[in-house]
Design a binder for this molecule. Structure first.
Ligand SMILES: [Zn+2]
Length: 452
């Protein structure tokens, strides 16, 4: 019996423990058994060469029915949300991850739409998770992921995609990039390609707070907020630092998305090569979404900020998407996080959100490799960056030799335009009374690139 069939029965019992009833298993002929399962009164029948196989077959049919509920709409509807959810199911199902993903509370994905082929949506990445690592797990080698919230990991996956495409560009093969036409050596994403994000709920922080509390006229309205390790909830960042009280604080997803609308998704390191890459739209899987409230939190809080070129203040479009009632019903905070990136075959990776490394039980290294560091870790991104430097010198002039003598923090600091705009934004937030932008101690990023 296939492992995923056995799992179906377990998952079904977990999901519908009080609502599932098993009918009698009957022998229809010498080698054919029949079984009926009812969920909320709806029958699903299965058959097999043994009683157990018949039972599992019925369970599989029931689960398939509820996968369709999860997707919630025909994929042909061509929406960003439908594309992400359909891909999510297709990569998770063969990997026997049903029980894992059903318990996930937050799922995010990024879709590329080509202006020349607007009906074709390419899903770039998918991720899930809603937890950060504890302070004692903080690593100085770049090998642990601190923030496993789904939208943050989707951005990491996207950076991986941008790097993969840059390697193609450097080798002269088709990619999303083109050279800047003014003769400088910067590279930019061709205008025909647009990127859109889906999240099945509001990002944590200002967008996720009650409208009365988050309103600009409220005492707490529009404040920057940080999430605490190993728990839920966000707190204003005024008067605290990243590690105060023995708890690790990381900026909320609402605040991070707000910042991406100025600095782009590519991060400081890739700004050595490419012009900023922005999200065009954010699709939230919430019924009766208050677009005005979300727009205020993720875009409106930048009103009055002037970004110096090549950066700008992107007006992210907020859109209501398909609600996913199964995904949003999970436990408050899950220890596991999954990610999938296009270009990495069709394999998913499972990360333990407590350690920020590969989940050794759910994703045993013995069956794959001895690698415990996630492909989304800073260490792995730096390794890909070094590989790229060996192929092409970026516009900043940073050479492979200089990079191997530097630390990750040095590489980021040398991205001068990025750092200048980042500081201006932090000053703007402070001047508006929104609070401080919490940063981890720089020591965590002072790991050498040599030897990666
Ligand atoms: Zn979050």
């Amino acid at each position: 019996m296939a492992a995923n069939v056995r799992t179906s029965l377990v998952v079904l019992n977990d999901l519908f423990s009080n609502e599932v009833t098993y009918g009698p298993v009957q022998q229809h002929s010498f080698m054919n058994w029949l079984c009926e399962i009812r969920i909320k009164g709806q029958p699903f029948s299965g058959s097999g060469s043994t009683a157990q196989e018949a039972k599992c077959s019925a369970a599989e049919k029931a689960l398939n029915f509820y996968y369709q509920t999860l997707i919630g709409a025909p994929v042909s509807s061509g929406t960003v949300a439908a594309s992400v959810l359909a891909k999510f199911m297709s990569v998770a199902k063969p990997n026997d991850l049903l029980r894992v993903i059903m318990s996930h509370k937050v799922v995010a994905g990024i879709v590329r739409i080509d202006d020349y082929k607007p009906r074709e949506h390419q899903v770039i990445c998918i991720s899930s998770g809603n937890k950060c690592i504890a302070l004692d797990r903080l690593s100085v080698g770049g090998d642990a992921i601190y923030d496993c919230h789904a939208e943050v990991l989707a951005r990491r996956c996207f950076q991986r995609y941008l790097l993969q495409q840059l390697v193609k560009f450097a080798r002269g093969t088709p990619s999303i990039y083109e050279s800047e036409p003014n003769g400088r050596s910067y590279v930019r994403v061709q205008q025909r390609y647009k990127f859109h994000m889906y999240i099945n709920k509001e990002p944590c922080g200002d967008a996720d707070l009650g409208q009365s509390i988050a309103h600009p006229n409220s005492a707490h309205g529009g404040k920057l907020r940080a999430k605490l390790d190993a728990g839920e909830g966000v707190h204003p960042t005024e008067f605290v630092n990243a590690t105060q009280g023995g708890r690790l604080r990381t900026m909320s997803c609402s605040d991070k998305i707000l910042r991406w609308n100025v600095l782009g998704l590519q991060g400081a390191m890739l700004t050595h090569y490419i012009r900023p890459v922005y999200l065009e739209s954010l699709h939230l899987g919430i019924l009766n979404l208050n677009v005005f409230h979300i727009q205020r939190a993720l875009v409106g809080r930048l009103d009055g900020f002037q970004a110096a070129p090549p950066f700008c203040t992107k007006s992210l479009s907020i859109q209501e998407a398909i609600p996913s009632n199964v995904l949003s019903g999970g436990s408050p905070s899950v220890d596991i996080s999954m990610n999938w990136c296009t270009g990495d075959t069709d394999d998913v990776e499972i990360v333990n959100a407590n350690t920020g490394k590969i989940h050794e039980t759910l994703w045993p290294t013995s069956s794959r490799s001895s690698q415990t560091v996630s492909r989304l870790s800073k260490k792995e991104l730096c390794r890909s960056f070094l590989n790229l430097l060996s192929l092409r010198v970026p516009a900043s002039g940073l050479t492979h030799r200089a990079a191997t003598a530097a630390t990750y923090d040095d590489i980021k600091r040398q991205s001068v335009q990025y750092q200048t705009t980042s500081r201006s934004l932090t000053d703007f937030f402070a001047a508006r009374g929104m609070g401080v932008w919490i940063k981890k101690d720089k020591v965590v990023d002072r790991f050498p690139l040599n030897g990666l």
